[in-house]
Design a protein around this ligand. Structure first.
Ligand code: FUL
Length: 495
């Protein structure tokens, strides 16, 4: 009787722990994303369009002295551009409303140097509006970039430019062009320019002149849904290069560091070498955006015809950006006619077709999954959440379990060469190392491995694997695991 009582109390105690854990989700780990950042993460790919008088001058950085009369595209049609972008699977379009040359593509009241002084739509045009309407009609997100550096304005580098011109431009743009999904802030700061005819070099202190704290307040107030991109976030960080790749180990958190001791980091003023990797256990949730032009330059140059990135090159970029939990922001550049070059349209479309085919079938769907541990043995955290279509339902382990194995008995013998993992990032970025094995000729064989996982990790294998059983080993995590997605896919040419 005595023994029976003891066993009973142990049993009650264990059930108690299991019950408590079943009721309690894992505690979030470190910095976590906001709703705005979650929405951004799901977008994965969007484009940024450069098209100003600089296009007509065949330059990359307009000096700020171009005659507005040269901005005269004969065949500009926003719908055609949007359709080409959509065919590539991109989910948004950011328009450069003003680049460093200072020319505003909307009828602004802040400067004379704007589209109403050009022949476009007989001086009655608003290119930003045309793009916004076409973008929203196609169901894509709209974003804006208004360069703080302005090589046209006579007052650039003085308070008058910032207070009477730049903030005003932001207010016009953020109130008249619908709900923005992202806004882009660039770190290019000062240098030589036209500056109202002064034609000189002007330097500013990037950490103070623009007063980014004020700018972020304007954005938050007027566009609360817009994810802010800059070298240091606050929502999305620059990845530190314009080649389109995040580091193999890329954390979604960052502790920005200033290049000068005792000064605050700011856009254009940060230790760049930290940006491709982010910071493990960084202070802020600040995942990376990889901005890279489709052609060698951000603007169209006829001599670069034939150098448009091919679908194969774009795929490489995709796996090293989107596949490393970053976003891909691809630069598109209309020709002076206002149209995209036929090669650009074709390569974007073909790239999109490959992606569509690749991710059409998940060979892990319908698998029977066995886990070495499931939190509180509860259905709430069961491994089958890894193969449902909910990005945030997840499999979790008990608090004390920081490595675990899962075996996926696939429904059928399958051939694949892409593996996808996603953590439930609402609980932070947890996992630090994983490996994947396939059951081949009666034994487990390692086929892939990765470090950081985060919101989206794609492992692209060099050859197709054929098997009916796959094992995922979570090797390292500082806290219990919260994984939401496991997928197996095949690129079309390898099927
Ligand atoms: C850079 C700019 O200087 C380029 O001209 C381009 O706009 C790119 C997207 O950002 O830093």
């Amino acid at each position: 009787m005595h023994l029976f009582k003891k066993v009973l109390s142990v049993l009650i105690f264990c059930c108690g722990i299991a019950f408590v854990q079943a009721q309690t989700a894992p505690k979030p780990y470190g910095a976590v994303p906001t709703e705005r950042q979650l929405a951004w993460q799901e977008k994965e790919m969007y484009v940024i369009m450069h098209f100003t008088p600089t296009t007509f001058q065949n330059k990359e950085w307009g000096f700020g002295d171009a005659d507005p009369a040269i901005f005269n595209p004969s065949n500009f049609n926003a719908k055609n551009i949007v359709a080409a972008v959509k065919a590539g699977g991109f989910k948004g379009i950011t328009v450069v409303a003003k680049h460093h040359d200072g020319f505003a593509l909307w009828p602004t009241h802040s400067t004379e140097y704007n589209i109403t002084k050009s022949p476009f739509r007989n001086g009655k045009g608003d290119l930003v509006k045309e793009m916004q309407e076409a973008t929203n009609q196609a169901g894509l997100g709209f974003g804006l970039y208004c360069s703080p550096w302005d090589r046209n304005n006579a007052n650039y580098s003085k308070p008058a430019y910032i207070n009477e011109v730049y903030y005003k431009q932001l207010e016009e743009l953020y109130s008249n062009y619908g709900q923005l999904h992202t806004v882009f802030y660039d770190g290019a700061n000062g240098g030589d320019g036209f500056y109202g005819g002064a034609k000189e070099k002007r330097s500013i202190d990037a950490s103070t002149y623009y007063n980014y704290e004020k700018i972020w307040t304007i954005v938050r107030k007027m566009q609360p849904g817009a994810a802010i991109f800059s070298d240091i976030g606050p929502d999305i960080r620059w990845v530190g290069n314009e080649s389109g790749f995040a580091a193999e180990t890329s954390w979604s958190t960052l502790t920005p560091v200033s290049p000068v001791k005792d000064k605050k980091p700011s856009p254009g003023f940060v230790v760049e070498k930290d940006l491709p990797t982010g910071t493990r256990n960084g202070t802020f949730w600040t995942p990376a955006e990889c901005d890279v032009p489709l052609r060698p330059g951000w603007f169209y140059h006829p001599e670069q015809d034939g150098k448009t990135k091919t679908p194969t090159q774009l795929l490489e970029i995709y796996y090293q950006s989107v596949g490393r939990s970053a976003a891909l922001d691809l630069g598109i550049a209309p020709m002076p006619s206002g149209e995209l070059h036929p090669d650009d349209i074709k390569n974007i479309r073909d790239f999109g077709e490959i992606l569509k085919k690749t991710f059409a079938v998940n060979f892990a769907t319908g698998a029977t999954i066995t886990a070495t541990n499931t939190r509180a043995r509860s259905k709430v955290y069961a491994a089958n959440h890894l193969i449902d279509n909910d990005r945030y339902s997840y499999w979790a382990t008990d608090d004390s379990v920081t490595h675990a194995d899962l075996v996926f008995q696939l429904k059928d013998q399958s051939s694949f060469n892409v593996i996808r993992l996603r953590e439930n990032i609402k609980l932070g970025q947890r996992i630090e190392a994983i490996a994947v094995d396939a059951w081949i000729e009666g034994a487990w064989k390692e086929i892939g491995a990765a470090t950081s996982i985060g919101g989206n990790r794609l492992i692209r294998l060099n050859k197709t694997v054929a098997t009916n059983k796959v094992r995922l080993r979570i090797l390292k995590s500082p806290v219990c695991i919260a994984l939401s997605d496991f997928g197996l896919f095949a690129e079309p040419n390898l099927q």
